[in-house]
Design a protein around this ligand. Structure first.
Ligand SMILES: [Zn+2]
Length: 211
């Protein structure tokens, strides 16, 4: 019984060996069978060499992918620590890291700060929002010596007392509008300062040329 079974196994093995294909991924050549020799894995030395290179390549690419993944995890950790846990979704963190790889670290942090600011503003309570807006309007107003701005009901506000009176009565929406107004005034003053700096540079150069 045993002998017959062994013979059957041998026959089966032989049949399988005959249709054996080259072991290199992508090669469909049959492997040459040499009777009395251990069946070879590859159709030839070229494929054997290529299979070795393929394995080395695969190992290298896998190591690179693992290193990239580890770097990514460190980067995400660093961003989370900078901006506080859970404050930014993975999608946002992903986007920030893409800004860094396509543009610069500086831009990534700049956008990150803006996002944090927007998130914080969105999560303020009504009273926090009102107080923060009042503070911001008075602060910017002071820097501009309480320049004329548009207040609630299209009132023109000029000077510290009208500013105080207006922010005391203004609703949240009116405070947002006042903040826009005071920042527009700040911008306008900045542009004027830039123009006079340009004029000064231009005419002081001209003066130098004449002398
Ligand atoms: Zn082959």
């Amino acid at each position: 019984m045993m002998v017959i079974d062994d013979q059957k196994d041998l026959d089966l093995a032989e049949t399988m060996t005959e249709i054996k294909q080259c072991a290199r991924p992508g090669c469909t050549n049959p492997v040459e069978i040499i009777p009395g020799h251990r069946p070879r894995k590859y159709c030839g030395n070229g494929c054997k060499q290529l299979a070795y290179l393929q394995r080395e390549d695969e190992k290298r690419l896998q190591a690179e992918a693992a290193a990239q993944q580890a770097q990514y995890e460190r980067d995400v950790d660093a961003l989370r620590q900078r901006y506080g846990l859970d404050s930014l979704s993975p999608k946002v963190l992903d986007g920030l890291l893409q800004l860094r790889s396509h543009y610069s670290v500086g831009l990534m942090y700049q956008v990150g700060e803006m996002l944090i600011l927007a998130v914080k503003e969105a999560h303020r309570s009504y009273n926090e929002a009102v107080n923060a807006l009042r503070e911001e309007i008075m602060l910017v107003g002071e820097q501009l010596n309480f320049v004329a701005i548009t207040g609630p009901q299209n009132q023109t506000l000029r000077g510290v007392q009208p500013y105080c009176d207006a922010i005391g009565r203004a609703s949240l929406e009116e405070l947002y509008a006042m903040r826009d107004s005071v920042h527009l005034a700040r911008r306008a003053r900045q542009h004027l300062a830039e123009v006079s700096a340009q004029l000064e540079a231009k005419y002081s150069n001209r003066h130098a040329d004449l002398s």
